[in-house]
Design a protein around this ligand. Structure first.
Ligand SMILES: Nc1ncnc2c1ncn2[C@@H]1O[C@H](COP(=O)(O)OP(=O)(O)OP(=O)(O)O)[C@@H](O)[C@H]1O
Ligand SMILES: [Mg+2]
Length: 386
């Protein structure tokens, strides 16, 4: 792969450490938590790089560098993405399928997993594209979930290899129709102290209370780690190196402009750099950057324009005002309301609540901002062209 001309700015997943910028401290913290068998919860804004970080850590756990003097053995990672799951049955299907991906080479492993889950009537299907086996269980009640999860954990705790469970988008379980899911999982997880769990999610208002509100089953059961923006100097170095390795030049001013426009938010930086890299240019100049920004906005236009019909008038005006100000500390302040004709503080407070519930806006640092950076830029652009 290295000799191929390849766009080094990845926007759709993790393809290896060469294309992953920094996150050294976070990676070390996660590796330490795992080797000390501590549970950890990773929280950040959407698209900041949680899944990338989990996969980067997984990569490290599976590849002990040659000549490393540390007494380390590869750790088996069970990575489970709960985003598409809607209930306990989906969750169990995803967990048991993830388990199968662990040791596909060992034929009897599949048989063992199926035997453990026999009472849940497992069915195996093979993914058309990847050929990977997936499990479908018949889970009828919370006690089936308890049975299945407990037996799976008991089974893997007997495998003579260190393990870690990674639950991505863990807040999803609070959306399941089964009411006692948090309790049930917490009780089972607690009885396997030798298996560390990493929980990850973006929905701060759902995930954080699960772990930090007294009275919730997961209260204080994992240390919380907030994933912030990649520090600008590290990201700058990464970007310069990637362009230079392809014989392209990008200067400090150009990078600063990209960082400001994308708020240094990982996905958006990657996306803009990906498009800049793709252009057949030796020098990334201001003109090309303007073209790429414009291209980004127009390519998202159909989606962004559709929000106009989905969001009530007052909320939309507030959204636009926040975008125009490029974030606002106090949206209920008199000056802001007057400048943007937003009626009253109480109506702004109500719209704020509604927009934040829909994750259209979020508090970042001390400011309210439009969550999707490109949408925020599009709203500004629309306003400027009025
Ligand atoms: N350290 C990094 N260096 C380079 N690219 C990264 C890095 N971290 C993440 N990315 C890229 O940024 C994008 C967003 O990252 P990722 O999907 O990991 O974020 P996330 O926080 O899990 O988002 P979501 O909340 O939507 O699940 C991905 O395309 C990923 O490839
Ligand atoms: Mg993710």
């Amino acid at each position: 792969m290295k000799n191929k001309i390849y766009n080094p700015f990845v926007t759709g997943g993790y393809i290896g450490p060469d294309y992953f910028c920094d996150r050294q401290n976070e990676t070390d913290l996660l590796l330490k938590a795992i080797s000390s068998k501590r549970n950890l919860t990773l929280i950040s804004l959407r698209r900041m790089g949680k899944t990338g970080l989990l996969k980067h850590v997984r990569h490290h756990l599976g590849h002990i560098p040659k000549g490393s003097r540390a007494v380390q053995k590869p750790v088996a990672v069970i990575y489970v993405d709960l985003m598409p799951t809607m209930n306990g049955n989906d969750m169990m299907n995803t967990i048991s399928s993830a388990l199968l991906h662990l040791k596909q080479d060992e034929k009897s492993f599949l048989g063992k997993v199926l035997a453990i889950l026999a009472t849940l009537r497992p069915k195996i299907t093979y993914d058309n594209l990847t050929g990977q086996p997936t499990v479908e269980l018949k889970v009828d009640s919370p006690s089936d979930i308890q049975f299945g999860f407990d037996h799976l954990l008991s089974f893997i705790s007997e495998i003579k290899q260190d393990m870690v469970f990674m639950f991505d988008e863990f807040q999803q379980i609070s959306q399941y129709p089964e009411k006692n899911m948090e309790n049930l999982l917490r009780t089972i997880i607690q009885s396997y102290p030798t298996i560390p769990f990493i929980f990850s999610g973006s929905s701060k208002h759902m995930l954080e209370p699960m772990f930090s509100a007294a009275g919730r089953p997961f209260y204080q059961s994992a240390e919380l780690m907030y994933l912030d923006k990649i520090p600008a100097p590290d990201y700058r170095k990464f970007i310069v190196e990637k362009f230079e390795s392809a014989g392209k030049k990008i200067d400090d001013e150009a990078i600063s402009r990209i960082f400001t426009w994308t708020r240094l938010h990982t996905f958006y930086v990657q996306d803009v750099c990906n498009l800049l890299f793709e252009a057949d240019r030796k020098v990334i100049d201001q003109d090309l950057i303007s073209q790429v920004f414009h291209r980004v906005l127009t390519s998202h236009e159909p989606l962004f324009a559709s929000y106009r019909n989905l969001i009530p008038g007052h909320q939309y005006r507030l959204l636009q005002a926040i975008a125009v100000e490029d974030g606002i500390v106090q949206p209920t302040s008199g000056a802001f309301i007057k400048d943007h004709s937003l009626t009253s503080a109480s109506s702004v407070a109500a719209s704020l609540k509604s927009l934040s519930g829909k994750e259209m806006i979020v508090q970042s640092g001390n400011k309210w901002v439009v969550y999707d950076v490109f949408f925020s830029r599009w709203l500004q652009y629309q306003y400027g062209n009025k």
